[in-house]
Design a protein around this ligand. Structure first.
Ligand code: ADP
Ligand code: MG
Ligand code: MG
Length: 349
């Protein structure tokens, strides 16, 4: 009998559209070749307002590749009646309300195995402040940063200038202001002056209670994919190149603005250092199944700094994560197959 795979996609996040593309690629891989005999795919589409839609609607969205605007009818987090007896869940939701431990908690409560990290790994991987604390504890080098909260930013006018003074003194310019719990560069600003810093803090505070400010670094951006549970493996390293000021939302999602170079043209010693650091980072946040670990490679000094881990990285046919594995000898259909096996193994282990 076939394994029933519940594919959860869409979601209440800024990365809703990316999730649809990721789910399309995964569904296709599960329904092709040898996987076809192994799996039955039961898709659930989570609309932008959080309403869950069953197979009929989800299939439509997978076919069209475009979001279906909610009319407000339906239920939040309720398993649709046409999605029954799921053996393993494959959540492919990016960003808040999907990559952050919320969905992982729900799937844990219903006691069905799921692909990817659990509650802790997902939550730490989503929150850039908690993530950096875990990385620091593991001895991983990273940029200087400060954790700020919304209350400090929206405090009385005597407190805020002191906060800005402190950031200027500790981090200088340029620095990056980020909402702690987002992805796809949403809400991130690179600032070069006090007035830009003030505006960026105010903007970040509108996205999240938790904000991180980081010293800016001039570096190449390289990424490494991790696959496994307790004995994870690291892929070859890839590089992202682009012409924009930094790797912002537009650059990420406009075709032609960024290039993936796999493998990255960097010295072998740097590659193995990055692979070791990727595995250490995965373990530091309690990652499981998959993760893409992103780095800054400062070519001038040879220094490698960890930037972040993404526990549910983009998974479209052209995304870095599956491409890195393809270049390492694990083609896309095999990759989804292994991820499902890892979910089952972890749950039984
Ligand atoms: P997200 O989780 O949204 O991808 P990141 O922390 O990876 O957020 O930041 C997005 C992009 O912003 C990075 O890929 C990089 O181009 C730029 N960036 C972020 N932080 C720094 C930094 N400290 N120094 C230089 N560039 C940075
Ligand atoms: Mg991220
Ligand atoms: Mg990033």
């Amino acid at each position: 009998t076939k394994l029933r795979v519940g594919l959860l996609f869409g979601g209440r996040s800024g990365e809703h559209e990316v999730s649809i593309s990721s789910a399309r690629a995964i569904a296709k891989a599960l329904m092709a070749g040898q996987n076809q005999e192994k799996y039955t795919v039961l898709p659930i589409y989570i609309q932008k307002d959080g309403i869950w839609q069953g197979v009929t609607v989800a299939q439509q969205v997978l076919e069209s590749g475009t979001p279906l605007i909610s009319d407000g009818s339906g239920n939040l987090w309720q398993f649709p009646p046409d999605v029954t007896d799921v053996d393993v869940w494959f959540p492919i939701l990016h960003g808040p309300n999907g990559e952050d431990g919320t969905i992982q908690g729900l799937l844990k409560l219903i006691q069905v195995p799921a692909v990817g990290s659990g509650v802790l790994g997902s939550a730490i991987g989503m929150d850039k402040i908690a993530m950096k604390m875990a990385f620091a504890q593991a001895g991983l080098p990273q940029v200087k940063y400060m954790a700020v909260n919304r209350a400090q930013v929206w405090s009385n006018p005597c407190v805020f200038p002191k906060l800005v003074d402190e950031i200027e003194a500790n981090l200088g310019y340029p620095c990056f202001v980020k909402p702690a719990n987002l992805g796809s560069s949403v809400g991130i600003a690179k600032v070069r002056s006090r007035s830009q810093l003030e505006a960026a803090l105010d903007n970040a505070a509108s996205y999240d209670r938790r904000i991180i400010v980081e010293a800016g670094v001039v570096a190449r951006e390289v990424e490494c994919a991790v696959l496994g549970n307790d004995n994870p493996k690291a892929s070859v390293v890839g590089e992202i190149t682009f012409k924009s000021d930094f790797y912002d939302y537009e650059t990420k999602y406009t075709a032609g603005l960024a290039d993936l170079i796999i493998p990255a043209a960097i010295p072998d010693s740097v590659t193995s250092q990055i692979q070791d650091m990727a595995l250490a980072a995965f373990t530091a946040v309690d990652g499981a199944g998959l993760g893409r670990v992103d780095f800054f490679y400062v070519e001038a000094t040879g220094e490698v700094l960890i930037n972040e881990i993404n526990t549910l990285p983009g998974f479209t046919a052209t995304s870095m994560y599956p491409q890195l594995w393809a270049a390492t000898g694990v083609p896309f259909p095999d990759l989804v197959n292994q991820l499902i096996e890892l979910a089952l193994e972890r749950d039984n282990g």
